[in-house]
Design a protein around this ligand. Structure first.
Ligand SMILES: Nc1ncnc2c1ncn2[C@@H]1O[C@H](COP(=O)(O)OP(=O)(O)O)[C@@H](O)[C@H]1O
Ligand SMILES: [Mg+2]
Length: 293
């Protein structure tokens, strides 16, 4: 049965799409069957990986018919499929507003393909609204990238955390508790000048208590990576592009950073390392050296 992750934040530009692409890419290279769902009308995730033969349909049919037939495309990465975003004019929003039931179609559609995948990762747009809520209801866990600057962390508290709280029915109303997934924060685009662990520690303390223990901040973090641009230009997962850094580099490589995130989120995969064609041979190490430059 697939575990469904929603990558959410009420703020744009924090790394949702990049995290979705990289997390999906490394899990696929770890032998997991992964489905990416691009639920952002901006279609950035749909453009990340190469898709040679796009399926006839994509997000719109999945969400409006609760059926994934002809909605899933194969990427050129083994084990990695994607539901492409095909709703640039946001028609889905009108459809979702037509009936309260429509909010549950995505959950129903994903349920039907639950056994085909180990992980389903849904990238969302940086906004609060009916579509975001529909995504949240369909997930087991939410991941929210947080850029460790004061304003971004304030926005995380005010926006993302408040949105989750607003989905919980008030005590005494008698409405059964909907499925509200746990929220995991991931320090993203950490730059070298600040100590990641100090910031992670401070955020962890602040959010954990403010959320009655429902939010955790991972110890693993994703540094600012020059190799990210190179990876997206080559349409490859970044762990393949920057395998190692110089031995004296204080910052972990893309490979080490993403592997640490996977191992912390999914401890049962701690013995698994990613593999791909060319891994470990001279071309992989050359690429790693180029990425450092
Ligand atoms: N680890 C990283 N290091 C440096 N830049 C990054 C990293 N991850 C993403 N970026 C850049 O940050 C910007 C925003 O990322 P994106 O994933 O599109 O955010 P969102 O989906 O939340 O809007 C993009 O320009 C992307 O190239
Ligand atoms: Mg995005």
């Amino acid at each position: 049965m697939a575990k469904i992750y929603g990558v959410v934040s009420t703020k744009g530009g924090v790394g949702k799409t990049s995290f979705s692409a990289q997390f999906g890419g490394i899990l696929a290279d770890m032998g997991q069957r992964v489905l990416l769902v691009d639920a952002d009308f901006q279609q950035s995730l749909s453009r990340y990986y190469i898709v040679d033969n796009p399926a006839k349909h994509g997000l719109r049919k999945l969400v409006t018919s609760a059926d994934s037939v002809d909605c899933i495309s194969k990427t050129h990465i083994n084990n990695l499929d994607i539901v492409l975003s095909d709703d640039p004019t946001q028609k889905l929003l009108e459809w979702l507003r037509e009936s309260i039931n429509h909010s549950f179609y995505l959950t129903a559609g994903l349920k039907k393909i639950n056994d085909d995948y180990d992980y389903i990762i849904i990238d969302s747009q940086g906004a609060r609204g009916i579509f975001q809520e529909s995504i949240i209801m369909s997930c087991n866990e939410l991941i929210s990238p947080i850029v460790p600057e004061f304003l971004d962390s304030q926005e995380f508290m005010r926006g993302t955390v408040e949105m989750l709280k607003s989905l919980e029915p008030a005590d005494g109303i008698g409405i059964p508790m909907p499925n509200i997934p746990t929220l995991t924060g991931l320090i993203y685009k950490q730059d070298r000048t600040v100590d990641a662990q100090t910031i992670a520690g401070a955020l962890r303390k602040k959010f954990y208590s403010a959320s009655d223990g429902k939010i955790r901040i991972l110890s693993a973090y994703i540094p600012m990576m020059a190799s990210y641009k190179q990876a997206s230009a080559r349409r490859l997962p970044v762990h393949r592009v920057e395998v190692r850094r110089r031995s004296n580099s204080p910052t972990p490589s893309a490979y080490d950073s993403y592997l640490a995130v996977v191992h912390e989120l999914l401890p049962h995969l701690s013995d698994v390392e990613p593999t791909w064609a060319g891994n470990g041979n001279s071309s992989a190490s050359t690429t790693a050296k180029q990425a450092e430059a």
